[in-house]
Design a binder for this molecule. Structure first.
Ligand code: INI
Length: 129
């Protein structure tokens, strides 16, 4: 039997982070958590590049640009879409998820998807912690 199970080590890895400015109070906390998690796994600050984009809808485009540079082992996608704030919640959240999944399949570069989709700001704040 062959068992494949990755080890959570970031030593020698380069990572891109794409983060949406929309609901920045939430997404800045997601970014802080991502950077702390990377550092805890041995990915130093000099091995991480962060790109801010306007909203979750723009995350896949920039994630693809980062992925196709060939410079990164993974791309972390961060955003917060809150239903109470918009009638086009489903469009924005759905396109972000579908777009990021498409980029992963097209490029072969692993995408970490942490675009929150919540009913309320309180739920987003709780999840961002
Ligand atoms: N973008 C988000 O990241 N979260 C939201 O909750 C949101 N709302 O509420 O509309 C949102 N909209 C902006 C969207 O992502 C694009 O930036 C915009 O439509 C321009 O393309």
């Amino acid at each position: 039997m062959t068992v494949s199970r990755g080890e959570p080590s970031g030593e020698g890895r380069r990572v891109a982070v794409v983060v949406a400015r929309f609901h920045e109070r939430i997404t800045a906390r997601l970014l802080e958590g991502a950077l702390a998690g990377l550092a805890a796994r041995g990915v130093g600050a000099d091995a991480v590049d962060v790109a801010w984009v306007p909203g979750a809808f723009e995350v896949p485009l920039v994630a693809k640009r980062m992925a196709t540079t060939g410079s990164y082992d993974a791309v972390i996608c961060l955003g917060a879409v809150i239903r109470g704030e918009t009638a086009h919640f489903d469009l924005v959240a759905g396109e972000a998820a579908r777009g990021v999944a498409d980029v992963a399949r097209e490029t072969g570069v692993p995408m970490i998807f942490e675009v929150l989709a919540t009913e309320t700001l309180d739920q987003a704040e709780a999840r961002a912690g």
